[in-house]
Ligand binder design. Structure first.
Ligand SMILES: O=c1ccn([C@@H]2O[C@H](COP(=O)(O)O)[C@@H](O)[C@H]2O)c(=O)[nH]1
Length: 231
């Protein structure tokens, strides 16, 4: 079954807040992205419950560790029944291959995606950590490494989407946070695009958090965003 185009980032602290938000989202039209904040607060049981209720889940824990540890972590994620799980591409080829191999025994494994350069980082931020190429070049380098390791795609900014589709093919999946409807605050995101621009650039799945979760009327904001991308 096709996965939803938009995953709502449920960045909150408590089960009550998460339940309240989920109750205002149209199931079947959007997926849920569970990241470090919520997962560390309330754990896998709540995520399993959302899977049982029919939500598609992107478990965004960005595993980055030695190959054995990451392989075991993605196995645990697949057992929860999530549709997308991710690792950091900068963990290297051996780590990414170990994660991919760990998903082999599953009949219906999640998409395995690698984070390239966080959408909150600019060229200057990369220079600060000793990376002397542009964010765009580093995204391309890590995306090539990811594809060679056999993963399904990458997390990147929608700004890099067209370049990656041209270089790596249409079937290589692109998952893009840093999505901001026109006139929304960019917050801590530095490489951003609107939902419509992202769709035109060829993005497969968009992650949108605060523009929806901070809205007084999240259901209406989701409806407006879906309409803007023709969904
Ligand atoms: O490069 C990345 C990787 C992950 N994220 C996550 O996506 C959401 C974005 O939330 P917004 O409120 O729409 O900014 C958040 O959960 C991040 O952890 C990312 O932003 N960039």
């Amino acid at each position: 079954m096709a996965l939803p185009k938009i995953y709502v980032a449920l960045d909150c602290q408590t089960q009550e807040e998460a339940d309240q938000l989920v109750s205002r989202l149209p199931s079947g039209q959007v997926g849920l992205k569970v990241g470090k904040e919520l997962f560390t607060s309330i754990g896998p049981e709540w995520v399993r419950k959302q899977v049982e209720q029919g939500f598609s889940i992107f478990l965004d824990l960005k595993f980055h560790d030695i190959p054995n540890t990451v392989a075991k972590a993605v196995t645990s994620a697949a057992k929860i029944g999530v549709d997308i799980v991710n690792v950091h591409a900068s963990g290297g080829s051996d780590m990414m291959r170990a994660a991919k191999d760990a998903l082999e025994p599953f009949d219906n494994p999640p998409l395995l995606i690698a984070v390239t350069v966080l959408t909150s980082m600019s060229d200057a931020d990369l220079a600060d950590i000793g990376i002397q190429v542009t964010a765009e070049q580093q995204v391309l380098n890590l995306a090539k490494l990811t594809q060679k390791a056999g993963l399904d795609g990458v997390v990147c900014s929608a700004q890099e989407a067209r370049m990656l589709k041209d270089a790596l093919g249409e079937s290589f999946k692109l998952v893009t946070p840093g999505i901001r409807p026109a006139n929304s605050a960019t917050d801590d995101q530095k490489r951003v695009m609107t939902p419509k621009e992202a769709m035109l650039a060829g993005v497969d799945y968009m992650v949108i958090g605060r523009p929806i979760t901070r809205s007084e009327t999240p259901e209406e904001t989701v409806a407006e965003i879906l309409a803007s991308i023709g969904e």
